[in-house]
Design a protein around this ligand. Structure first.
Ligand code: AR6
Length: 221
């Protein structure tokens, strides 16, 4: 009963899914058990154009801090995997997976009931990437549940939103919670770009992962 077993099964099936990154923290669960499990993508590294080397350092640092298993995939995931191996992070507890984060169970045989969503400041649907996919999969129920808890996020913050059981995503994939998290933006075409001030941005990305993992811990408790 290990996370790496789960990740291995999933990796064999990845060809059926779209090739997008989804880093998953398995917390030691397998596809057949109900221990809360968090799936999170690499925050800020696509729409928000964060530097991959710096982002992968921060993911590994935060994963090590919060102890979670890494496997393989795209550039960001292979950077994370290599760096995690150098730090001897327990691969039974944290894995990476390449596939659509909204179809982890149906496409990857991964049970992840908590999904992290790198969102925008207004926590609104659309914009592309994970945020667009998550709001589409979860339906209007997620929009309503989100508005009840938060209107806006500052960079580095997150909000935990229980997903109503009436949501199609709850039924199809067993997702019970979404954690919206706002990462730092390095994309000049998006609002609030800090123009490659990486000292400040790295601090905010660290805060984003810390608040994400704290949010997950609050669900587990
Ligand atoms: N499943 C798994 N991983 C994905 C998926 C998916 N369906 N789609 C993208 N990725 P991004 P950001 C990977 O852009 O950089 C939105 O417009 C992607 O390859 O979702 O934090 C929001 O509204 C990358 O590794 O998030 C915000 O305005 C990672 O997920 C903004 O983009 C994160 O990419 C947030 O940008």
């Amino acid at each position: 009963e290990t996370g790496s077993h789960t990740a291995g099964d999933a990796l064999e099936k990845k060809g059926k899914c779209d090739k997008v990154d989804a880093t998953t923290s398995t917390s030691g669960s397998t596809a057949s058990c109900s221990i809360p499990t968090l799936a999170f993508p690499s925050i800020s590294t696509a729409g928000f154009q964060f530097d991959l080397e710096k982002a992968s350092d921060i993911i590994v640092e935060k994963v090590e801090e919060y102890m979670v298993d890494l496997s393989h995939g795209s550039k960001i995931l292979s950077l994370v995997k290599t760096k995690a191996a150098k730090k001897n992070i327990d691969s039974n507890k944290f894995s990476t997976f390449v596939g659509d984060i909204t179809q982890l169970r149906s496409c990857g045989s991964l049970i992840c009931n908590v999904i992290a969503n790198p969102t925008n400041r207004e926590i609104k649907p659309g914009g592309g990437g994970v945020n667009a996919a998550v709001f589409k999969a979860a339906g209007f129920e997620l929009e309503v549940a989100t508005k009840e808890r938060a209107e806006k996020l500052a960079a580095g913050e997150c909000v935990v939103v229980p997903l109503p059981s009436s949501s199609p995503w709850f039924c199809a994939e067993g997702v019970t919670h979404v954690i919206h998290v706002l990462g730092p933006n390095m994309n000049p075409k998006r609002p609030d770009c800090l123009k490659a001030d990486y000292t400040k941005e790295c601090k905010i990305l660290r805060e984003a992962y810390s608040s994400l993992f704290e949010g997950f811990v609050s669900i587990v408790k």
